[in-house]
Design a protein around this ligand. Structure first.
Ligand SMILES: [Zn+2]
Length: 55
């Protein structure tokens, strides 16, 4: 049986998003069009899904 270490990482699992501008991590909810980054004011729709953390 082959080891499957390349399992696809989906941000949908973490439910986290990261600001592409300042790196602010949003954990509470999915950013929508009205959401703005509290640090830099980046539009929520520009947030990128954050891959699962390797704790
Ligand atoms: Zn930001």
């Amino acid at each position: 049986m082959a080891e499957e270490e390349k399992a696809p990482v989906k941000a949908e699992k973490t439910g986290k998003y990261i600001c592409p501008v300042c790196g602010y991590i949003l954990k509470v909810h999915t950013p929508d069009e009205e959401f703005r980054c509290p640090l830099c004011g980046c539009e929520g729709k520009k947030f990128e899904p954050l891959p699962e953390e390797e704790a």
